[in-house]
Write a protein that binds this ligand. Sequence first.
Ligand SMILES: [Zn+2]
Length: 49
Amino acid sequence: MAVKHTPTDEVHIGTKGGKTGCGFNTTENPSHWVTTSESITCAKNGCKN
Ligand SMILES: [Zn+2]
């Protein structure tokens, strides 16, 4: 699963309502996060392999 942070257009591993692979909490600004099937663009540890 992947979630996109719409203000930055960055795609992270994770699910809306949880934490991203790199540790963002998607519940803090839920309107900024959308579930997506796009490939991961975040380069931080936990999102990139
Ligand atoms: Zn990330």
